[in-house]
Design a protein around this ligand. Structure first.
Ligand code: TK8
Length: 350
């Protein structure tokens, strides 16, 4: 009984202290001066996210950190799992301001922001360190992210969707010849379509939201996605084979409506960027974690996992090289020189 009264008093005291803190901070949150007004109100930011657990957890982490660093003046309203629509829709909504922040695959929106096409070149990156150090944090990568401003978007970060792998419903893929005529769902992306055609398959672009049913009903014979998306959506339940082709690395972009970003106080911008930098590293960590543990889950669901050696990947790589994907990306990019720069940065680091 005594314990209970004690606990209740603690809760009451905490509530009073917290209320007092909240009150005082909202009256004096403009230490730099000259910006009174904006920083006093709590800014609510609607965030439209994806289906990978790593990204969902990183958004939760980001929301906590940004609230903390902004003294509670930024609040994230999270809509995970493509609730606000597919990548393309959320990207557009972020441009118009219907959504404040969105995450999605660069490949899905490359038709709108053409410089993203460089990330659709198959077999561009050898490993994740190359992706992080050069793909994202090299000169070209930074310029690609910053270039989003032309579309009214602040590029906040690159997160990880990951290296993509092929899953099939009935046919075990032993070599590239087994792909012949296989109907594989791809994203609506010209380079992906050309690459799968070059590998002998029959690529079928389709919205992600329709994919699970399409696999289940046999409208397509397979699909390709990173491990995090495969398990995040239970594709292993309707697919019998997973071939670790790792044919292309797909980044996630994290973008914010530029006007909204500019409407924040300097303190809020700093808080947001600090929280995002930490959340980004956390997301990479979680993504790797899920990749490591998920293979077992996929196998346990009765889906056979086929790993490929570098040598076994060569026929896929050779087939794709015939379409010269770098040249194809450059033709589409607004700043093709960034493709050359990225390739050079990669070569210099190898
Ligand atoms: C998730 C999408 C998706 C993408 C696709 O929102 O469509 O295959 O890889 O995972 O971005």
């Amino acid at each position: 009984m005594k314990k209970r009264i004690f606990a209740i008093s603690i809760v009451l005291i905490l509530a009073i202290v917290l209320t007092a803190c909240g009150g005082s901070s909202s009256q004096s949150s403009t230490p730099s001066g000259g910006e009174s007004g904006g920083g006093d109100q709590v800014v609510e930011l609607v965030l439209g996210g994806v289906t990978s657990d790593s990204a969902k957890e990183a958004v939760t982490f980001f929301a906590e950190k940004v609230a903390e660093y902004s003294n509670g003046t930024i609040k994230i309203i999270d809509f995970p799992d493509n609730q606000l629509g597919n990548d393309e829709t959320r990207f557009e909504m972020t441009q118009t301001g219907e959504c404040d922040i969105s995450i999605g695959s660069t490949s899905s929106v490359a038709a709108t922001y053409n410089d993203f096409y460089i990330y659709d070149v198959p077999f561009m990156f050898l490993n994740k360190n190359e992706v992080y150090d050069i793909g994202f944090n090299g000169e070209a990568g930074k310029q690609i992210l910053n270039g989003l401003e032309e579309l009214g978007l602040k590029g906040l970060a690159f997160w990880e969707n990951g290296f993509r792998n092929l899953t099939t419903t009935n046919k075990e893929i032993k070599g590239i010849e087994d792909l012949n005529g296989l109907k594989i769902r791809t994203m609506e992306n010209d380079i992906h379509l050309a690459a799968w055609k070059a590998m002998g398959a029959n690529p079928t672009p389709m919205a992600f939201s329709e994919l699970f049913t399409a696999l289940q009903q046999g409208t397509v014979d397979g699909q390709e996605n990173p491990i995090g998306i495969i398990v995040g959506n239970g594709f292993e339940e309707v697919q019998k084979y997973l071939v670790m082709t790792e044919h292309v690395y797909t980044p996630y972009y994290v973008v914010m409506n530029l006007d909204k970003y500019n409407s924040l106080t300097q303190e809020q911008k700093d808080a947001l960027e600090k929280a995002m930098a930490e959340a980004t590293l956390y997301q990479y960590e979680r993504s790797q974690y899920y990749e490591d543990i998920s293979i077992e889950d996929i196998e346990a669901a009765g889906c056979k996992v086929i790993k490929l050696t570098d040598e076994e990947k060569m026929p896929y790589k050779n087939a794709v090289e015939k379409i010269d994907p770098v040249a194809m990306a450059k033709k589409k990019m607004a700043r093709p020189e960034l493709a050359d720069k990225l390739v050079k940065e990669l070569e210099a680091a190898r």
